[in-house]
Write a protein that binds this ligand. Sequence first.
Ligand SMILES: [Zn+2]
Ligand SMILES: [Zn+2]
Ligand SMILES: [Zn+2]
Ligand SMILES: [Zn+2]
Length: 89
Amino acid sequence: MSCEICGLNPAEYKCRVCGRRVCREDYIAERGVCTVCEATLCEVCKRGLSLATCIVCGRHCCEDCLVKVSQLEYMCVECFKRAREVVSR
Ligand SMILES: [Zn+2]
Ligand SMILES: [Zn+2]
Ligand SMILES: [Zn+2]
Ligand SMILES: [Zn+2]
């Protein structure tokens, strides 16, 4: 069976998010996910699926790592914390 992403190399791993069988080059071993899913994962906790991007750092974040700052804008928890510290100082 060949990799479901590139279709060239033999599949050696299985992505824990989408279940695709992928080759070594399309797999991120330390996270257990394929390269396609890696792009959809939260860049803060690396666990949840990203829903929106932080308006400050531009990282993709999941629901747990986002703070809604206006109708359409979100900040990640890290930038939100930093912004609050600046204000309170
Ligand atoms: Zn591949
Ligand atoms: Zn995947
Ligand atoms: Zn997260
Ligand atoms: Zn941020």
